[in-house]
Ligand binder design. Structure first.
Ligand code: HDE
Length: 694
């Protein structure tokens, strides 16, 4: 409770928690006027008429027909009939939270944007994480890229950094976006498979559109099955432009770096989680924020001076390429902290509308043809999804600064513009609202020199499709390479067309011959004889082995039954909690589990609900139990935790279980020592995330 320093009482007597981090948040103040709590209120129609009966419709006699005049029935059912809006055509499944951003370092040398020059300012943000492929109701842990879209409510207007957790994209030109999306969505004949690229159409697209080689390597990697939204990087993908007060420009790539490091699930775990807890990532984020474990991400920028535009062996305007961090370091310039869950999923998460074209002075675009297409698409899709041109008036989308112009009318207009003038130029309102000169904050597009013929052609600098795909492969550790091979073998193994399978191994031979040959052997097609790459370059920053490590917020399954050593277990659990680990006591039944010396804990999970895939680590104490189902569950916890490379700690009877399962003295399995020594080593082991060399 310590995190909640401020409380307020609502009109119907509820005590609300307000975190100190969330206090004085301007967006929250703005949203407050739209919040309505119906608890304790009289029921009315939408016209404010008090309703006397809400369960029986108006009928002609107790067994007679329902009457048309029952306006309450009609209003209630009509509203229900219209509750759904179209889901996003991509990124339909998402989850969001509020927070704030604070700058570490003044970036005025590169940009005049207020949020990147004023280190004292706390800018409210709203962040929506998403999967790309699956429908709104699909499972969280599907293999996919993740969206990571941030709306900064700045004093100069909304700035949207609409990012993904993978730094490159499938295609180079937005005109191909409908093609790639059609190919990875469920097949049109039967709408199968849901939220999965493991089908013929996608892999047919892959083998025949060579620019996607690099992105597909990332999708087959562990990056596509993140452990948590709190443990993924974010990348702006497209190259943007910073412009400073003198009008000088530089190129910029945006990065989010999670403070907890970048970590992934293993595939078997991800698959099981789709059934055990389809809301796994949602629960993880929601619960972390409710606990006060506020997710943190540092904002980084890679800046390339204008004159260095052509010094790379790829084109900066090509979204299938990344700038290796070893060539241009990521400068960390600020931190975002997510401090508050939404009050209403639909009103906030579903209705939020991001757009890469929402920029502020000091941030501008480049000619990246993918970015240019995005600048068209987002507003267009929101017009249909949110039903008209006034979606900027929906509370979650409103800027916190005032906005004035001569736009009027349209579906669901909320603003009541007073005054007669709705055009520019005018004399009746003194020619207001007035355009603002750039020196006073008006947005001015960077004056890039543009010339050329109108053509449909791509620059030759966009044609190296494989070098960075090979660099990615070269940069992976042994277990990451194995996971990539396994993922290809699963996905292509599901492809029915032998020709498509063969085309793909022949295609990926361009990335790495051994990779392609191994996949070929796993999926029953001829291993390619030629191909291979001469690229030896690596970028160590791409391997998740080199990420930050922390035991904080890791979930530990603590298996207990009556009779455990009370003082010792309590000491260990207190230590783990103090180190920031999150503990779930699992016992045979929900309720109290008793140890010696009067120590007792309340179990949160029982043998029916607990599952090893829900945890990062296992601490097995047990007491003594004759419950067969409990024993089976312990055996499964040990088997899966071990195979999924998780930390296993055991004391008391737990050690006997390790002996029986021949797990003692294995890496990441912690047993002996006194309580203090055991607890310390357990935390160190959990911080490793997984024990890959087990
Ligand atoms: Fe998007 N993208 N995108 N995208 N995108 C959408 O806009 C589009 C791309 C990304 O949580 C849509 O409001 C085109 C790259 C995120 O609400 C749509 C192209 C990146 C989200 C759209 C791209 C993204 C979207 C669907 C290629 C990483 C979810 C719903 C030219 C930098 C935002 C919507 C949220 C959503 C178009 C490529 C990120 C259709 C045409 C590259 C995180 O407008």
């Amino acid at each position: 409770m310590d995190n909640f320093r401020f409380q307020f009482i609502t009109s119907n007597g509820e005590v609300c928690k307000l975190t100190d981090k969330w206090k004085d948040n301007k967006k929250d103040e703005q949203l407050e006027i739209y919040r309505v709590n119906d608890k304790g209120k009289a029921m009315t129609t939408n016209q404010g008429l008090k309703v006397s009966e809400d369960e029986l419709s108006l009928t002609g006699g107790v067994r007679g027909p329902t009457l048309m005049e029952d306006f309450h029935f009609r209003e209630k059912v009509t509203h229900f009939d219209h509750e759904r809006i179209p889901e996003r055509v991509v990124h339909a499944r998402g989850f969001a939270a509020h927070g704030e951003f604070q700058l570490y370092e003044n970036m005025e040398r590169y940009t005049k944007a207020n949020i990147f020059t004023d280190t004292s300012k706390k800018t409210p943000v709203f962040v929506r994480f998403s999967t790309v492929n699956g429908a709104r109701g699909s499972a969280d842990t599907a293999r996919d890229a993740r969206g990571f879209a941030t709306k900064f409510y700045t004093d100069e207007g909304n700035y949207d950094l609409v990012a993904n957790n993978i730094p490159v994209f499938f295609i180079q030109d937005g005109i191909k976006f409908p093609d790639v999306v059609h190919s990875f969505k469920p097949e049109p004949l039967n709408d199968i498979p849901q939220a999965s690229t493991a089908h013929d159409n996608f892999w047919d697209f892959v083998a025949n559109n060579p620019e996607n080689a690099h992105m597909v390597m990332w999708i087959m990697s562990d990056r596509a099955i993140p452990r948590s939204f709190r443990m993924m990087e974010g990348f702006g993908v497209n190259t943007f432009r910073f412009v400073n007060a003198e009008g000088e420009a530089s190129f910029v790539k945006f990065h989010w770096k999670p403070v907890l490091g970048t970590h992934s699930l293993v595939w078997e775990e991800a698959q099981k989680l789709m059934g055990v807890d389809p809301d796994y990532h949602r629960n993880d984020l929601w619960n972390a924020i409710e606990r006060g474990d506020y997710p943190e991400y540092e904002l980084g920028v890679q800046i390339v001076e204008q004159e260095d535009e052509f010094k790379f062996d790829f084109d900066l305007l090509d979204a299938t390429k990344l700038i290796p961090e070893e060539e241009v370091p990521v400068q960390i310039i600020g931190k975002m902290t997510l401090t508050k869950n939404v009050d209403n999923f639909f009103a906030e998460t579903e209705q939020v509308a991001f757009h890469p074209g929402n920029v502020v002075p000091g941030i501008d675009f480049t000619n990246d043809p993918l970015l240019q297409a995005r600048l068209f698409s987002y507003i267009d899709t929101q017009l249909i999804r949110l039903g008209g041109p006034n979606f900027h008036e929906i509370p979650i989308n409103r800027p916190i600064c005032p906005f004035h112009n001569n736009q009027r009318d349209g579906y669901h207009r909320m603003t009541i513009n007073t005054g007669r003038v709705n055009y520019h130029r005018n004399s009746l309102a003194g020619n207001t609202p007035t355009p603002v000169p750039p020196e006073e904050g008006g947005y001015k597009h960077y004056e890039e020199k543009v010339e050329g013929r109108k053509i449909r052609a791509r620059s030759k600098s966009f044609t190296d499709f494989f070098s960075q795909a090979t660099m990615f492969w070269n940069s992976m550790s042994a277990h990451e390479k194995k996971h990539i091979i396994d993922a290809f073998s699963f996905e292509l193994g599901k492809v029915k067309s032998k020709s498509v399978r063969q085309q793909n191994v022949d295609f990926f031979a361009n990335v790495n011959l051994e990779l392609a040959r191994t996949i070929a052997r796993n999926i029953g097609v001829a291993p390619p004889k030629s191909g291979g790459s001469s690229v030896t370059k690596t970028s160590p920053a791409l391997s998740q082995l080199n990420t930050r490590k922390s035991a904080k917020t890791r979930k530990v399954a603590v298996i207990l039954s009556d009779g455990f050593d009370g003082p010792s277990v309590k000491w260990i659990l207190d230590y783990l909690k103090a180190e920031g680990l999150v503990l779930d006591i699992i016992s045979e039944d929900l309720g109290i589990v008793k140890g010696t010396n009067g120590v007792q804990f309340e179990a949160m999970e029982n043998v029916y609900t607990a599952d090893p895939v829900l945890y990062d680590a296992l601490y097995l104490v047990r007491g003594s139990s004759k419950n067969r189902r409990f024993n089976e569950k312990i055996a499964r916890f040990l088997d899966e935790s071990y195979r999924h490379k998780k930390t296993i700690g055991a004391t008391e009877h737990g050690v006997e279980w390790l002996n029986v399962n021949k797990l003692t003295n294995k890496r990441g399995v912690i047993t002996d020592g006194n309580a203090a020594d055991f607890a310390k080593r357990f935390v160190e082991a959990v911080a490793q995330h997984r024990h890959w060399d087990r």
